[in-house]
Design a binder for this molecule. Structure first.
Ligand code: SPV
Ligand code: MN
Length: 618
């Protein structure tokens, strides 16, 4: 405490003095000594402190004011526009390898990161912030402390998470997660410039994550993806689930609500599903799921949205559109700014041919040094906003201390030719293995490399799996076994096409699949039993299309959409089996489910051929 009293102003020290947590004081003392900031600001839960941070982001030019009150814009370096997977390491003993993600020997990693951190905050202010992942004072709460030298990062977190300085005052002994971020030297545009020394390191042993020489929120907002890697590990040890999932409520008949979580790889409909018009938003990215008295109950880990802005338009995204056009506190990042107004790609409005964007001064046709034309906004441009601004928010569910009872879990991917639009798994094991653990998603023009290549992405969590996939699946399977009542598991596919490449569904159809799931949960819709699970009956879907959209749904559409495509399904089983076979150390249920589904498909093919009409199962 003597060291901290010396380093902090009286006013700031007084805020720390109230927190009688030894571990916390050691942590702060250590990183103040290592990073050598010129001043330290302790952010309590007060509005005054939040305002101080927001003003600092403007004064330091990490954000600029836009015309609409409350709106600001932040730019990241042109080469710092997304999560840096190449330089993100999970630290393991002796550098033990994990499937699909990078690891580094713990001692080596800690040495490297501390060398980079040494004196990195010289001449800068350090912000110390306190939050809770999940609702405060609840079985889900995970307290966290963030250190950062970026007022933009601090400001973002104050919008995205539940402030919890008060919890630290009340509970001096509580455990917490720790995050250290340093943006490093900035260039004249106030973006991180030492990108060659950009590192994100995750230390599971001490529950601490580091991010240096980067500003992009997916790297730097400790409570988001760095924390996710820590909580996946914690959940595995403690027997619960920390998932890359939205959380939403679907309105059923007579005012009932069924809650669903959903996992989709990026650009596959995750946000658009939880934002379906007329339903209830709880969260768009991260959920904790716990067994409470034999029920699977879920919360949104976060309190705000860091959402993709490209393609957001008035017609398809009315809720987001409304929020982005209201005088709320919102940070736009990496959009185009012209005369104080933000613009983004595919917004459905005319975009000016000049302005400032993630590359600096911009004009139509401008190219970067590699000769690539720079679009008005970056494809990963985003907005940061509090959930409470959204008119479709289910505020009670967001704050429910015991979470909401999960009626179902939805898995989806971008798949042009294999899965039907919606399918219900036979049971928990079948769903975990054949739906969640079998997610594949086709690459799009938006990613580098060839289009249409299928990428395996277990539970859409692959980028973050800080534990072995086998152990992760084992925990998932066990979690379900211990429950008194299971959430149902569903798979959806919004991207199915016919042989000529035409889409088989409209963007709006996802609402029907959600309504069908609600009926299924309550035993109010029938099914047909197929080799891959339960499919909807034509009669139920036709009724829903009529009720919800006043639309005729034809038998021909149903037949095309729900045909069982045996050759494609068998190939998929072959690919997934090989992935798990090569990986090793996966639960035997994985192979049991794959083998059983393969057998069901082969038997069905003998009877009905390669492409089986859903009517064959009536
Ligand atoms: C994702 O990519 O899954 C996101 C955005 O939610 S980021 O914060 O970059 O992870
Ligand atoms: Mn995400």
């Amino acid at each position: 405490m003597r060291y901290l009293r010396e380093k902090l102003s009286d006013e700031q020290f007084k805020k720390l003095e109230k927190l009688k947590n030894d571990e916390l004081m050691c942590f702060l003392e250590k990183y103040i000594a290592v990073c050598s900031p010129s001043s330290v600001f302790v952010v309590t839960d007060s509005e005054e402190d939040a305002l101080y941070v927001r003003n600092k982001a403007i004064i330091e030019r990490e954000e600029k004011l836009l015309t609409m009150p409350g709106h600001t814009v932040h730019f990241d370096n042109y080469y710092d526009q997304a999560r840096d997977k190449e330089h993100t390491y999970v630290l393991t003993e002796d550098g033990k390898k994990l499937p699909y993600i990078k690891t580094m020997d713990r001692e080596k990693g800690l040495r490297e990161i501390h060398e980079i951190l040494l004196d990195i905050m010289e001449g800068k202010e350090m912000y110390i912030l306190f939050f809770s992942l999940g609702p405060k004072d609840s079985p889900f709460m995970l307290p966290a402390v963030q250190i950062t030298d970026s007022p933009y990062v601090a400001h973002s977190e104050l919008m995205l998470y539940r402030r919890a300085y008060d919890e630290f005052v009340k509970n001096p002994d509580m455990e917490f997660l720790k995050f250290v971020h340093a943006e490093g030297k900035l260039d004249e545009r106030r973006t991180s410039k030492n990108l060659d020394k950009r590192r994100i390191m995750i230390d599971l042993e001490d529950n601490i994550a580091f991010a240096v020489n980067t500003q992009y929120a997916g790297n730097t907002i400790g409570l988001k993806k760095p924390a996710f890697r820590l909580t996946i590990n914690k959940a595995l040890k403690e027997g619960w689930l920390s998932e890359h999932m939205f959380l939403m409520g679907v309105n059923g008949p007579d005012g009932r609500v069924s809650y669903f979580t959903g996992a989709f790889p990026s650009m596959c409909g995750k946000t658009s599903t939880c934002m379906v018009v007329g339903e209830r938003l709880v969260g768009d990215d991260l959920s904790f799921i716990r067994d409470i008295d034999g029920e699977a109950r879920a919360v949104n880990v976060e309190y705000g949205i860091f959402g993709i802005i490209q393609g957001v338009n008035k017609k398809d995204d009315p809720y987001i559109w409304e929020v982005l056009h209201s005088p709320y506190e919102i940070i736009f990042s990496n959009v185009l700014v012209h005369e104080g107004k933000p613009y983004w790609n595919d917004m459905g409005e005319e975009i000016p041919c000049e302005g400032e964007n993630h590359r600096g001064k911009w004009w139509c046709g401008k190219k970067d040094e590699d000769g690539n034309e720079i679009p008005p906004s970056h494809k990963n441009a985003r907005f940061t906003a509090r959930l409470k601004y959204f008119p479709n928010l289910d505020a009670e569910a967001l704050d429910a201390k015991n979470g909401v009872k999960l009626a179902g879990i939805i898995y989806g991917g971008r798949d042009s030719d294999t899965w039907p639009p919606v399918c219900e798994a036979f049971n928990w094991e079948h769903g975990v293995v054949m739906k969640g653990a079998s997610i594949e998603s086709e690459t799009t023009a938006a990613t580098l490399g060839k289009e249409g290549v299928r990428k395996y992405n277990v539970m859409s969590i692959l980028d973050f799996l800080s534990v072995h996939i086998g152990d992760y699946l084992d925990n998932y399977l066990k979690f379900g076994k211990q429950l008194r009542s299971h959430p149902k598991i569903f798979a959806v596919n919004y991207f199915l096409r016919d042989k000529d490449g035409n889409w088989l569904n409209s963007k709006l159809d996802k609402k029907i699949w959600l309504k069908w799931m609600d009926l299924r949960v309550h035993g109010e819709a029938g099914t047909i039993e197929t080799p891959i699970g339960y499919l909807p009956k034509y009669e139920d879907l036709a009724r829903l299309f009529k009720e919800v959209f006043n639309k005729e749904y034809t038998k021909e559409d149903y037949e095309k959409q729900f045909t069982i495509r045996v050759p494609e399904l068998l190939s998929k089983i072959g690919r997934i089996r090989k992935i798990y076979w090569d990986m090793g150390d996966v639960p035997e249920e994985v192979f049991r489910e794959l083998d059983a589904e393969e057998k069901r498909l082969l038997d069905a093919r003998k009877k009905h051929g390669d492409y089986i009409s859903p009517y064959s199962f009536y």
